[in-house]
Design a protein around this ligand. Structure first.
Ligand SMILES: Nc1nc2c(ncn2[C@@H]2O[C@H](COP(=O)(O)OP(=O)(O)OP(=O)(O)O)[C@@H](O)[C@H]2O)c(=O)[nH]1
Ligand SMILES: [Mg+2]
Length: 295
């Protein structure tokens, strides 16, 4: 049984609100990818709140949990519009970072489609993952399917030069938003930081005043491992936010609460499938309710 069904069953029971119930809930939160200390703290706050205002049933308790989790997400900065949506008509440069296979290229294509179709912007995709030969073709195929321009160089080329050309193309009237796919992997942290510094300099000099946003892409199915990746990237490159992918299969999703409480790193977008439309702005209210099994 998946986690979503487990938590639903837990709250759908006909049980009294007892100490055992809180202990069971603590274990369940850990199973849902909460850290142990955080699960304990969450159950403790909930227990305190229930003393003042006793829920009549586990179902009512699930509503209280959802409320508490939503507060925690908002405290961690989630649910505010990402800077890229402010209506200033400035060029936006988005860089997608993350370890192998988390969904960077797919998310770049999804974002491009979203910005064009929902926000009426003209996106340019930049194939700044020049590390892997197939990566460039993969992005080009997305571009062709979507009818969105892709700026690409040869395999092994300089990612900063790709971003440079994408900025030139946008300045020449070809776009409002550049979405750059990167190799983003950490063969070494210093190599990653060095590569990003070069891109930073290109953006600063060629697109001064642009909104420049680094998103860390994390795979929800990797559980607590995603938090470890986030901690490393947070320290090395301070991304503005997270794109959480693959929140559609067996993902348990509790790691998002740790991103909020431990790193204050907001999730900006949630991806729920492989199709272009399977992306949306992260909504703390519905995320917390879904996690707590509230229908
Ligand atoms: N189910 C599901 N699959 C996804 C999602 N996002 C990406 N994928 C799949 O995950 C796999 C890897 O996605 P990519 O976009 O190639 O990942 P990447 O980070 O660019 O990978 P590298 O370039 O190899 O580092 C592909 O099979 C995608 O279809 C999602 O939200 N849900
Ligand atoms: Mg890729």
């Amino acid at each position: 049984m998946g986690f979503a069904d487990k938590i639903k069953n837990f709250f759908n029971r006909n049980a009294v609100i007892s100490e055992e119930l809180f202990e069971e809930l603590t274990d369940l939160l850990v199973e849902g990818d909460f850290g142990a200390a955080e699960a304990y703290r969450t159950a403790e706050i909930l227990r305190e709140r229930c003393k003042k205002n006793r829920p009549a049933s586990p179902k009512e308790l699930s509503l209280k949990l959802a409320e508490l989790l939503e507060e925690e997400l908002k405290k961690g900065g989630m649910g505010t519009d990402p800077a890229c949506l402010s209506p200033e008509g400035k060029l936006t440069v988005m860089l997608l970072l993350g370890v192998n296979g988390v969904g960077k290229t797919t998310s770049a294509a999804k974002l491009a489609a979203l910005y064009r179709d929902t926000y009426g912007q003209k996106p340019i995709l930049a194939a700044a993952d020049t590390f892997r030969a197939a990566a460039i073709d993969q992005l080009k195929i997305h571009g062709e399917r979507l009818g969105i321009r892709v700026i690409a160089h040869q395999h092994g080329g300089d990612p900063a030069a790709v971003v440079y050309d994408a900025i030139e193309a946008a300045r020449a009237g070809g776009g409002d938003i550049i979405i750059a796919d990167t190799a983003g992997r950490m063969h070494t942290k210093s190599a990653l930081v060095e590569e990003l510094r070069k891109i930073d300099r290109v953006v600063e000099t060629r697109a001064a005043g642009a909104r420049y946003i680094k998103y860390l892409v994390l795979d929800a199915t990797t559980g607590r491992n995603a938090l470890a990746q986030a901690a490393i990237f947070n320290e090395a490159v301070s991304p503005e936010g997270v794109i959480l992918t693959k929140y559609d299969s067996t993902a348990r999703g509790g790691v998002v609460f740790s991103l909020a409480s431990e790193l204050s790193l907001p999730v900006a977008y949630l991806c729920t499938g492989e199709k272009y439309g399977d992306i949306g702005l992260f909504d703390p209210h519905s995320y917390a309710r879904e996690f707590a099994g509230v229908e």
